[in-house]
Write a protein that binds this ligand. Structure first.
Ligand SMILES: [Zn+2]
Length: 292
């Protein structure tokens, strides 16, 4: 048994070196997102199967083919093998820090926005869409979106865990993070790069997804996603994650640079800072109207 310190590339390389010392048959990663990512990366580098024992549901990393690791102070995404099995301890999750776990809801429902971006890329640029990957990513998101339960109830937490796992499978099926990462995640990566430590992956992905859905003028989805984030006390405005409107506009402008090859609503609209500011004002008004 090895204890890993922090979710860094160094920690993952260090674990990889320890795994080299003896002939192990498999790696079992037990812990939260950072630990799982370190274990996935080290196991992939050693060519060993990995079992994910997740103590948190903060994002879809519990089963995804991506490890998010910090190197030289910056978060990078590394391709890894998906776990051969995922075990989630419901009691542990339900008694864990609620704000941390409910962020996974934001990550899951961001699939809705990511899939709309993928469809847009198909229409505009002829990018192929993998139907199986898209339906896996959509299935979990739709289930979480319309489920009335909350983080204290086994049924809802099971739906959330399964949705996070199907997001991971979706990415593995098509070999890219496309089904679960579009403009929503570009905004999240931009906030992480410009204003590190603002908020978690899932909270920012949920906020980014709601803003992108607004930009797409998809009123029905906007209402549905807004209600879901609100129901679970997840942030919907820049202020709720501690950003000023100016900072959020800066992040939206920077967002396309975080994934240069990815065509999303942000690249499609290619808004000027003044346009982004205008749309953010309308977005905030739309949320206020919705609250009544
Ligand atoms: Zn994500």
């Amino acid at each position: 048994m090895f204890t890993v310190e922090g979710g860094t590339l160094d920690a993952a390389d260090d674990l990889g070196a320890k795994l080299r010392a003896r002939s192990y048959d498999a790696v079992v990663g037990i812990g939260g997102g950072k630990t799982i990512d370190v274990a996935k990366y080290a196991a992939t580098r050693r060519g060993l199967p990995m079992v994910s024992v997740a103590t948190s549901l903060a994002n879809d990393g519990i089963a995804s083919p991506v490890a998010s690791l910090i190197t030289a102070g910056l978060k990078g995404s590394y391709g890894v093998h998906i776990p051969i099995a995922v075990i989630v301890d419901l009691d542990f999750v339900e008694s864990g820090p609620e704000r941390h776990n409910r962020a996974g809801i934001g990550d899951v429902i961001s699939n809705i926005s990511a899939l709309a971006d993928w469809e847009l890329a198909r229409q505009v640029r002829g990018e192929p869409v993998d139907g199986l990957a898209a339906s896996l990513a959509r299935m979990g998101a739709e289930a979480v979106l319309s489920h009335p339960g909350h983080m204290g109830d086994d049924v809802f937490v099971t739906v959330l865990a399964e949705a996070l796992i199907s997001s991971g499978l979706a990415m593995a099926v098509c070999g890219t993070s496309r089904p679960s990462s579009g403009g929503c995640h570009e905004i999240m990566h931009a906030v992480d790069a410009l204003f590190p430590g603002t908020s978690s992956h899932g909270e920012l992905a949920g906020l980014g997804a709601l803003f992108c859905t607004y930009l797409r003028d998809d009123r029905q989805r906007f209402a549905q996603m807004s209600a879901c984030l609100d129901r679970h006390n997840l942030p919907r405005t820049p202020a709720e994650v501690g950003l000023t409107d100016d900072q959020f506009v800066e992040a939206v402008q920077y967002a396309p640079q975080t994934r240069p090859d990815r065509y999303t609503i942000l690249e499609h609209l290619a808004m000027t800072p003044a346009e982004t500011r205008g749309r953010l004002g309308d977005y905030t008004d739309a949320l206020r109207d919705r609250l009544g």
